[in-house]
Ligand binder design. Structure first.
Ligand SMILES: [Fe+2]
Ligand SMILES: [Fe+2]
Length: 183
């Protein structure tokens, strides 16, 4: 079995270690997903506040932007981490994570486009909202769980200190997300 990583392991890493930063960003993303799930569930019961410029619609636009703002997180994984895993022969898991990223990029963009229009909050609007949310929420939650519990522990075992220093340099070049906590 793959080694498991929990918060106690993660907290053994220095605050600026790329894995620690990624896991903290995951916590923030999970909070966004909880809110998206709650708003979609509520929208299925009542369209109150979902009209263009309504408070719930505005919250959805912000939420969709926040989810898209995870792009530097995914870029750091794709450009800094995955190539070093592939160099040491770990090819399958990074490949699967890249496929998730590609699917999630499309779905997050679809969410942003959907909620940013002037479309009335009618049945079709709510149905599409729920359809996109029903994809993003479980797929991103599962992606985060796979990275936290499988991919990062594998990388920590397989990559040495020099490799992690190089990863950190690449991560700093790519930069934080709008929601990354300052160190
Ligand atoms: Fe990822
Ligand atoms: Fe991630």
């Amino acid at each position: 079995m793959f080694p498991q990583m929990d918060k106690s392991n993660a907290s053994d890493l220095s605050p600026s270690h790329p894995v620690r930063v990624w896991m903290e960003e995951h916590d923030t993303l999970l909070g966004f997903l909880d809110r998206l799930e709650a708003i979609a569930a509520e929208a299925g019961k009542s369209p109150a506040g979902l009209e263009p410029n309504g408070p719930v619609r505005q919250a959805l636009v912000k939420l969709a932007s926040d989810l898209l703002d995870a792009e530097p997180h995914h870029q750091r994984e794709e450009q800094a981490l995955f190539p070093r895993m592939e160099e040491v022969g770990i090819e399958g898991p990074p490949h699967m994570m890249r496929l998730d990223h590609d699917e999630l990029r499309l779905a997050k963009r679809a969410l942003k486009d959907h909620v940013s229009t002037d479309a009335a909050a009618d049945e079709a609007f709510v149905e599409r909202l729920c359809q996109v949310a029903d994809f993003i929420v479980p797929v991103l939650r599962s992606h985060i769980q796979k990275e936290n519990q499988i991919l990062y522990p594998m990388a920590l075992q397989a990559i040495g200190a020099d490799g992690w220093r190089a990863i950190q340099v690449d991560c700093e070049r790519i930069g934080p997300c709008s929601f990354t906590k300052a160190k």
